[in-house]
Design a protein around this ligand. Structure first.
Ligand SMILES: Cc1cc2nc3c(=O)[nH]c(=O)nc-3n(C[C@H](O)[C@H](O)[C@H](O)COP(=O)(O)O)c2cc1C
Length: 322
């Protein structure tokens, strides 16, 4: 592990094996699956179990689960163990209503004793490292992350990733990294504290390291359509310079490989369908691209999509990305 690892954040419908592989190739040091429902896992729901697929080339990889029921969480730990991840991460930060109203994700921020208890029991139940991803607190009035982090560490949590927003903020406003630094600077803390929220330039990653003194940066949205972000940050750390913009050829190559890997993983039909959502991001900024994007997202076989990629290469060969 480098001194300041870059972690690919768990992201629903984004952090799947093809996307994780692309980020890994471009320098992500640790990758996480999207969150997986513990209730879904114990019911053997196909949608949840498929999310357990991990590959040797992406190690170290964490599988993230969520839930609020102790028995279900412990049973799902046993199921997750069979996939042999390097880490089991607990999601105590998802702000989405359907998760929160069941007391899971960020909902648990209203019941810190349960959060600590779940973590403690999961630690006792497995030999794999248990880590936590959470937010600063439920709302501005209830930020107790310094105390919460201490308690999680005390029950054996091995690392904590903290998104610098409260549940009430959802994704609004700026992420506040100060409370994350307070957790890190607490002399009682010795486990790694990873910062998360709004790292979208190499400069911000550097600030998280040098000004806030955190142990690593977890990167989410900045990597969507831009798996090169990890390499860009690392290059900046090493040289103080920015890499040149990613070329059209590299973008087409990434989109092509993303689709190939998706088909390899879940078959032609689902692969073609579920990779569609990524194309806009790979080709963001190209003017008058709509016609090609439409073709990419309406063509229902991979051969057709690959042909559109070839057309794009030809048509926009002169376009300079900034
Ligand atoms: C599309 C999307 C899906 C997400 N899904 C998850 C998830 O499954 N588990 C989780 O812990 N956080 C999830 N998050 C939150 C991110 O992991 C991260 O905490 C948040 O986006 C802030 O980081 P960023 O500013 O680098 O994107 C998701 C975020 C986005 C944008």
């Amino acid at each position: 592990m480098p001194d300041f690892p870059l972690l690919l954040a768990p992201m629903e419908d984004v952090s799947d094996p093809p996307f994780r592989a692309l980020c890994k190739e471009q320098g992500a040091d640790v990758v996480y699956t999207e969150f997986i429902s513990s209730e879904g896992l114990i019911r053997d729901a196909a949608k949840s179990t498929m999310k357990l697929d991990i590959y040797e080339k992406e190690r170290p990889v964490g599988i993230q689960i969520f839930g609020a029921n102790l028995e279900s969480m412990l049973q799902s730990v046993e199921i997750v163990e069979k996939s042999n991840p390097d880490i089991i991460d607990i999601n105590f930060g998802c702000p989405v209503k359907k998760v929160v109203c069941r007391g899971a994700g960020a909902g648990i921020l209203k019941d810190i004793p349960l959060m600590v208890k779940l973590t403690e029991e999961m630690v006792k139940h497995t030999n794999l490292p248990i880590t936590v991803k959470t937010r600063l607190g439920w709302d501005n009035e209830s930020i107790k992350i310094v105390e919460v982090a201490e308690r999680l560490q005390d029950v054996g949590c091995k690392a904590i990733s903290i998104h610098g927003r409260t549940r009430v903020q959802m994704y609004k406003g700026d992420a506040n990294w100060k409370p994350i630094a307070e957790v890190k600077n607490n002399p009682r803390m010795h486990i790694p504290i990873f910062g998360n929220g709004d790292v979208d330039t190499p400069e911000k990653a550097m600030e998280m390291r040098d000004k806030f003194g955190l142990d690593g940066a977890m990167i989410g949205r900045a990597s969507i359509g831009n798996p090169w972000f990890f390499k860009q940050v690392k290059h900046y750390f090493k040289t103080g310079d920015h890499l040149p913009p990613v070329s059209l050829e590299e973008r087409v190559d990434a989109a092509r490989r993303h689709l190939q890997m998706a088909i390899g993983w879940k078959g032609e039909k689902l692969g073609v369908f579920e990779t569609r959502r990524h194309y806009t991001n790979y080709f963001k900024g190209i003017p008058h691209f709509k016609e090609y994007r439409m073709k990419m997202v309406t063509t229902d076989n991979s051969e057709g999509v690959f042909d559109v990629f070839d057309e794009v290469l030809e048509k926009f060969s002169d376009y300079q990305f900034s």
